[in-house]
Each structure stands twice: as structure tokens, then as C-alpha cells.
Design a binder for this molecule. Structure first.
Ligand code: P6P
Length: 340
């Protein structure tokens, strides 16, 4: 009596997925099994990232990926782990990865009904500096009779059935959301080898004076973007205070902070990257769904709702403004003022 009672109401990701499945009477369990394979790949990737410096996994793999980015050894290992986990789940028909030029069609899973898009290790250029990197993923359900070709994936993010990311920071943090659902954050407990629900029903602050972008690109920005940034740095309203700048250069880390604290992350399309830098399928759309389900919003450089943007090819890029509802609204309003 009187002893500190420990919290025995522990919700693991495994239990969370079981309870989610129970809400859908028509569920076959395929989605649940796919998510178990997903969580296994996060655990495996986390293991190698933590040991990278110990077993000489840092540094370049001496190869480059589909778009000429130098591949780190961990990029290759992360991709191989992810591909193997998705293939062996038996529930994935087709997989698009930043590290694979072509979509991978799993002929051994001819009746599988899901397609997965992913960036196995996003932000890996920061790895050797110990910066948090992450895996970004999205899950699409294939239409009846789909042939399982990459065209099945040239869809708007509104078709996503689930999306999220895992950030490999002090501990592995998984954020996942289902279509029309809430956003839930899980923290990896290495002691029991489970993701534990630590951030149920994440709701973003409506506004927060933090902006996150690479101002080293200012020279290339168009007028509305420059006007927006200046309005944050040199507030015109009486008593207005300048925003804080926070930029890590790893999308998952910048996105996770923005989701928790509020504010806005931006990677605008500009004169140097006219289509933007970040990829629609496995960076922009999955993040946009998480942020919308947490009460925020996400638009591209034309101020189109990010989830309605359809990629022209599987590695297509886009500008993106992602964050608290009112912070993104400021960008939209300034673009309207500039006639865009
Ligand atoms: P820059 C990392 O290389 C990445 O793909 C994202 O994770 C990150 O947000 C962005 O590029 C950083 O780009 O041009 O600021 O280095």
C-alpha cells in the first residue's frame, strides 16, 4: 500500500494495430501484417544507425542513387532492409524507394493489395555528424484489378490509407496516421523491443513563431516567398516580435519538431530547383497527411493543397510549405496578395 504504482496501461504499437483492426469489421488483417513488417524494418534500421560509427558504416558507399545523390553505406543497408521486409511480408505488391530507380514489383505477391512508398533513410547526408535522420513512408491500397505497375502509384496523397515517419534520434520515434484518423506517436523502448504509445492523438498548435527553411537559397526565391520570410523576420504590426529560426536540414527532424512545437517548415521551389527539391511520393505527401490529420496544413509552391498534387513520375519533386494551420495560411495569403 502506498507504493508508487507503476503504469501498467502500456499500449504497444502491436496492441494499437490490433485495436485499430478491430474497428474495421471488413479488415482481413493484411494491413496489420504490413504494419508489423514496417515496424520490424524501423527496428532493424535503428540498430544499424546506432552502430554506424562502430562498424564503419559511415561514409560513402561509392555509388550514387537514381538522382545522382552520393549514397551512404547506410542508405544502401536501410533500403535493403526495407525492401526485404516489405517483400517478405507477402502483403506488398509494389514498392517505390528513393534508392531504387524503378518501382519494385513483387511478383511473388501477386494477390497483395498494398503499395508502399518510402525514403528509407532521409537526411543521410547529415548522418556522419550525428544528426537525427529518419524513414518516411506511405501506404496505398491498389484498386481492384490493378496490374501492379508504377502507374498505380501516380496518385494524389488523398489516396493514402496511412503514412508516417520514424525519426532515429535519442530514441526511435514513430509517428503514424491512418486516412481520416488521428496522429499517434510511439517511442521505441529498447528494453522490451517495442514501440510504446507516448504521444496519443497529436494536435498541432494553431500557430507558433518558428520558421524552418534553408535561407541559403534566398537568392533563388521568388518575390512572395521573400515577402513572407521578411514578414516573419521584420514584423510590421505594432509590438510584433521576430520569429525564431530552426533548421536542421533533415526533413524528419525538422518535421517532428514542427509537429510537436508548431511553426512552419518550408522548402520552396525556386530558380535553382524549379520543381522543388523534396519528393512528392515519399517525402511531401506522407508528411502532408500527418500534418493535416494533426490540424495543420500543407501546400506546394503554387499554393495547391499538397495532398491533391499528382506526381508525374515516381521520383517527381515539389516545393512544400508544411506546418501549423495559421502559419501556412500566412504563406497562402501573401501569395494571394502577390496575385498567385
Ligand atoms: P538542403 C536531406 O538531404 C533532404 O532531402 C531533407 O531531409 C532535408 O529537408 C533537405 O534535403 C535539406 O536540403 O538543401 O537544405 O540541404
Amino acid at each position: 500500500a502506498g507504493a508508487e504504482r507503476i503504469n501498467t496501461e502500456i499500449v504497444t504499437l502491436t496492441r494499437f494495430l490490433t485495436e485499430e483492426q478491430a474497428k474495421h469489421k471488413e479488415a482481413t488483417g493484411d494491413f496489420t501484417l504490413l504494419c508489423h513488417a514496417l515496424q520490424f524494418s524501423f527496428k532493424s534500421i535503428a540498430y544499424y544507425i546506432r552502430r554506424a560509427s562502430l562498424i564503419n558504416l559511415s561514409g560513402l558507399a561509392g555509388s550514387s542513387n537514381t538522382t545522382g545523390d552520393d549514397q551512404k553505406k547506410l542508405d544502401v543497408i536501410g533500403n535493403d532492409l526495407f525492401v526485404s521486409s516489405m517483400r517478405s511480408s507477402g502483403r506488398v505488391r509494389i514498392l517505390v524507394s528513393e534508392e531504387e530507380e524503378e518501382a519494385l514489383v513483387f511478383h511473388e505477391n501477386p494477390h497483395a493489395r498494398y503499395a508502399v512508398v518510402c525514403d528509407p533513410i532521409d537526411g543521410s547526408s547529415n548522418l556522419d555528424a550525428g544528426v537525427s535522420v529518419g524513414t518516411i513512408f506511405g501506404i496505398y491500397k491498389l484498386a481492384e484489378g490493378a496490374k501492379g505497375t508504377k502507374e498505380d502509384l501516380l496518385k494524389p496523397g488523398t489516396d493514402l490509407v496511412a503514412s508516417g515517419f520514424t525519426m532515429y534520434g535519442a530514441s526511435a520515434q514513430l509517428v503514424i496516421t491512418m486516412k481520416g484518423g488521428t496522429v499517434n506517436g510511439f517511442t521505441m523502448d529498447n528494453g522490451v523491443g517495442e514501440f510504446i504509445l507516448t504521444h496519443p492523438n497529436m494536435i498541432m498548435p494553431k500557430k507558433r513563431a518558428i520558421y524552418s527553411c534553408n535561407e541559403g537559397n534566398s537568392l533563388y526565391w521568388d518575390e512572395p516567398v521573400k515577402a513572407w520570410i521578411d514578414s516573419l523576420k521584420y514584423p510590421q504590426e505594432e509590438g510584433g516580435k521576430p520569429y525564431s529560426s530552426r533548421y536542421i536540414g533533415s526533413m524528419v527532424a525538422d518535421a517532428y519538431r514542427t509537429l510537436l512545437y508548431g511553426g512552419i517548415f518550408a522548402y520552396p521551389a525556386d530558380k535553382k530547383s524549379p520543381k522543388g527539391k523534396l519528393r512528392i511520393l515519399y517525402e511531401c505527401a506522407p508528411m502532408a497527411m500527418v500534418f493535416e490529420n494533426a490540424g495543420g496544413q500543407a501546400v506546394n509552391s503554387k499554393m495547391t493543397r499538397m495532398l491533391e498534387v499528382v506526381p508525374e513520375h515516381i521520383h517527381d519533386r515539389s516545393g512544400i510549405f508544411l506546418g501549423s494551420y495559421e502559419e501556412v495560411q500566412k504563406v497562402i495569403d501573401i501569395h494571394k496578395k502577390h496575385g498567385q
